[in-house]
Design a protein around this ligand. Structure first.
Ligand code: NAP
Length: 308
């Protein structure tokens, strides 16, 4: 059996604890041997205060960054410059151009760069892509509504420039959209609602269009209490295909075709191992470009102040 690739994880926050640690434990190709955290330590692995100490003080071959997007560029550059393979949480950075720079740097250094989109790994996404590959799509509706107080309590970075606000979950919908649509989509109008005491939107509405002319309408809202909604409904000339629960379930008309368990992060780490073994990178900026374009075109409206 080949030796697992030793990996260091940076930023022991919500997603690292809930998804990365258990998924890494289930991935034979990778072994967590170090962490870098400003506050936390973890039994059984080397613990460092920051990424620089981790890169210098351990022989890890790969790094997974679970920190907020702002500040991730410097961590990513340090990792690649140190000749280590790199996996990025979504969104892969604070700007499109910084991730393009990382992709070039990784190529020059001959290391793997994997910009992940965990929602693309949801159980029903590939089946939806296959079903839509030769369909005539007439319209798409995205409804991504959740309660920010439940999912992001006390996360200040998410409201700062580069934190994306409601696009932090919204970009997950766009990552699925850009995977399942057979032709490219572009933004032609956007409205952002920004709390008067914050820098990032709490609500957004996007008007997009596919290259073949199908309208794509998206609503992202962080003020939904009660049942949460993560739906993408695609109308085609032969019927409706609906992804619900963030891509975990798939309906054709009223018939449920797929309803499966969440394996998103296990699939991401398996893929990271495969990319490293194959000497390849995977960086698709299409979801992030749509978000950047929405900010470029935004009709920005002030709304009520937000308090956690
Ligand atoms: P979080 O709970 O705030 O954790 C981020 C961690 O990064 C912190 O705990 C901290 O870890 C480290 N960190 C380093 N510099 C920081 C800074 N300036 N401000 C705050 N934290 C800093 O965030 P998260 O929800 O895990 O999100 C991290 C990334 O994962 C984001 O890109 C997010 O979009 C993505 N993500 C989140 C979720 C989710 O449901 N929460 C789901 C999918 C993807 P140390 O104290 O250990 O240094």
């Amino acid at each position: 059996m080949t030796k697992p690739i030793s990996l260091g994880l940076v930023g022991l926050g919500t997603i690292a604890r809930n998804q990365h640690l258990p998924s890494l434990a289930d991935t034979p190709a990778l072994e967590l041997t170090a962490i870098a955290s400003r506050n936390a330590s973890l039994d059984g692995v080397l613990c460092f205060q920051d990424i620089h100490a981790m890169l210098e003080g351990s022989d890890i071959a790969a790094v997974s960054l679970c920190t907020p997007p702002q500040g991730r560029f410097e961590q990513a550059v340090a990792t690649i410059e140190a000749g280590r393979h790199l996996m990025l949480e979504k969104p892969p950075g604070a700007t499109v151009s910084e991730v393009q720079a990382l992709a070039r740097l990784a190529e020059a250094k001959g290391v793997t760069l994997f910009a992940t989109w965990h929602s693309r790994e949801a159980a029903a996404v590939e089946k939806a892509r296959e079903m839509l590959s030769d369909a005539v799509i007439t319209s798409v509706k995205i409804s991504w509504r959740e309660d920010v107080r439940h999912w992001h309590p006390g996360q200040e970075w998410i409201w700062q420039p580069g934190g994306l606000g409601v696009f932090d979950p919204g970009i997950n919908a766009l990552s699925i959209l850009t995977r399942i649509m057979p032709d490219p989509v572009h933004v032609h109008a956007a409205m952002l609602e920004v709390p008067s005491n914050k820098q990032a939107p709490i609500g957004a509405e996007l008007e997009m269009r596919s290259a073949k002319g199908a309208p794509v309408h998206a609503v992202f809202d962080w003020r939904q209490t009660g049942p949460q909604t993560w739906d993408i409904e695609v109308e085609t000339e032969t019927g409706t295909i609906t992804l619900r629960d963030g891509g975990a379930t798939l309906h054709q008309g009223d018939t449920c075709l797929i309803a499966a368990q969440d394996e998103e992060y296990r699939r991401l780490y398996k893929r990271f191992g495969e990319l490293i073994a194959a000497g390849q990178s995977e960086v698709d900026l299409a979801p992030m470009q749509l978000v950047a374009d929405a900010f470029l075109l935004a009709d920005k409206r002030d709304t009520d102040p937000f308090h956690d």
